[in-house]
Ligand binder design. Sequence first.
Ligand code: NAD
Length: 385
Amino acid sequence: MANGEASIRVGMRYSFTIHPPPGCQDDRTPGYHSPFTTDHLTATGCDMNTHKILVTGSAGFIGAALSKALLERGDEVVGLDNLNDYYEVSLKQARLARLTAHPGFTDVRLHLEDRDGLQALFRQHRPCRVVNLAAQAGVRYSLTHPHAYIDANLSGFCNVLEACRQFEVEHLVYASSSSVYGANTALPFSVHANVDHPVSLYAATKKANELMAHTYSHLYALPTTGLRFFTVYGPWGRPDMALFKFTRNILAGLPIDLYNHGQHRRDFTYIDDIVEGVIRVLDRVARPNPAWRGDQPDPATSQAPYRLYNIGNHQPVALLRFIEILEQALGRKAVCNLLPMQPGDVPDTHADVHDLMQEVGYSPSTPVETGIARFVDWYRQYYGH
Ligand SMILES: NC(=O)c1ccc[n+]([C@@H]2O[C@H](COP(=O)([O-])OP(=O)(O)OC[C@H]3O[C@@H](n4cnc5c(N)ncnc54)[C@H](O)[C@@H]3O)[C@@H](O)[C@H]2O)c1
């Protein structure tokens, strides 16, 4: 339970959390003074004065950026990662090196699939809140390596849920993906729409995570919030993603592959905006929706403490425009290889982020021109180009 929230154990089923009044900043946000008083020690012995947060996937693109921001605002972070070789391990190590220097950071090497190891970690560190970002990411890789997704994203996530239940974590925030929209074509994509038609196994595992989380919210009153990330980009990014691959090839004078003949639109979302949104969500514990109705079930909320949000820039950019901006930042023209649509891919993405803006004050502010320029500066410095 965080400062600014009062937790009430009601009968047996759900632990309702009272949030600050609408219009106020949230519990951990600077400037907000809570009308509620709370004990800072929870039943599990988790001390909210230290704000110990477990971030899984801490050597990853989003996990490292999130961990850094949490450390900078004074939280203690336990970072878990298995440093797998899905992409260059040296980049993961370089991201970690920016965290390990910080006294509030504990670096843990562990596979999510290691159930006993995970239990031991929770027993030792007693995290108050958990952000699960560790997963096998990537749509295309799931066509050739399906079992990697089942192991990390299903077995691994089940272990996270079990540990959160057993050690009474106050709030589990976990990564879902815009890929869950699959065959849906109604734009912008809304969390209130049905998403039962994934078009890749990656997407299916992310949708499965949302379903698994709901059962734990329902059965054990574990507050969970799923975040559907939309194409995150920026410094320290992922080498398997478009911006990284385009930059590498353009600088090397090699052609870039444009699927669907370049006719994609993507809701590219800058890493700092993502981190800010994740922290706002983490600080606001998911709670039951009293207006939820079983005869007209809203997929994004529940009578259990369960919430889903899109987290995107909500300003999709045509891929060809994205490449033009990149060419300007690099001072070089791209040679484009126009190819058909890739299996598992979706043509366009556009996030409806109304709920996130309304409920946590999320407001992404980085134009793609700024974000790409910052990425290029970082890339040139990191790789010495
Ligand atoms: N980056 C995006 O645009 C994007 C979009 C949608 C969803 N997501 C989701 O957000 C999360 C973070 O994405 P990212 O871009 O930072 O990816 P990433 O691959 O950079 O980070 C994931 C990290 O988790 C670690 N990891 C993977 N499997 C693990 C396991 N079984 N046990 C322990 N560690 C493991 C990896 O070593 C890696 O460092 C992922 O769940 C991803 O599916 C990302």
